[in-house]
Design a protein around this ligand. Structure first.
Ligand SMILES: [Zn+2]
Length: 228
């Protein structure tokens, strides 16, 4: 980062960020703006869980004070990712950027593979970014894998419920199912399933699931409704 050699400036930025007036006049409006833009219910930009309630500095203030009030550096994150795991940890990609996946510019699934049945993340083979992101955000820590695995079961049920509603011409119930799928905890499960369904490995990935599930994940109408 450009100004890692100027600790005074970084410390000054840390103090500025903590000022009462900044918390009131900057932090709060920024957080609300990020919440409005987030998919689902305040989706965390790192783990995909809902109810994210903190503003994270993608590149920590302690590493680059100049980015403390820089809009592209501010991401909505849950306190588990932001405070409990990531904190001030930072690793360079060896060039000028961060080794952490930037969800505003990159497709996380280029670096991460989510086992739908296990709820466990693995790095895509050879992806240092995937490895570091899993570690620094604690993506496989605690009950996160279990909640994702349950999310996948719920999603599969909702997919079939949506299809039944469509077959019955029940538009209201179709909308309800879409809403449920888009707002369930760990929205990353839904995005991972949509991503995997159109991959070359899809027949193997969904081999243990009802064949209708894969067909539905490839359904244009459903994909459009879920990805808006
Ligand atoms: Zn999170």
């Amino acid at each position: 980062m450009a100004d890692t050699s100027v600790p005074d400036r970084n410390e000054h930025a840390e103090r500025m960020w903590k000022r009462n007036t900044v918390r009131r006049d900057v932090y709060q409006p920024v957080r609300e703006a990020l919440e409005e833009m987030a998919p689902g219910i305040d989706c965390c930009m790192y783990c995909g869980n809902h109810m994210a309630d903190t503003v994270d500095h993608f590149v920590p203030k302690s590493r680059c004070g100049l980015r403390t009030f820089y809009w592209p550096n501010l991401l909505l994150a849950c306190s588990t990712c932001n405070t409990r795991f990531k904190g001030n940890k930072h690793r360079s990609d060896g060039l000028v950027g961060s080794l952490l996946i930037d969800p505003t510019r990159e497709d996380p699934f280029d670096h991460l593979d989510l086992g739908l049945a296990s709820g466990v993340y693995r790095p895509v083979e050879g992806s240092a970014k995937g490895e570091w992101t899993i570690e620094v955000c604690g993506l496989n820590e605690g009950k996160r894998p279990r909640v994702r695995a349950e999310g996948w079961l719920n999603l599969a049920d909702d997919l079939q419920g949506w299809e039944q509603a469509r077959a019955a011409g029940d538009v209201r119930n179709m909308r309800r199912k879409i809403y449920r799928m888009r707002t369930q905890p760990f929205a990353d499960v839904c995005y991972a399933a949509l991503h995997k369904a159109v991959s070359e490995e899809a027949p193997l990935v969904f081999v243990d699931d009802d064949p209708a599930v894969l067909d539905l994940l490839r359904d244009d109408e459903l994909r459009a409704a879920l990805q808006v």
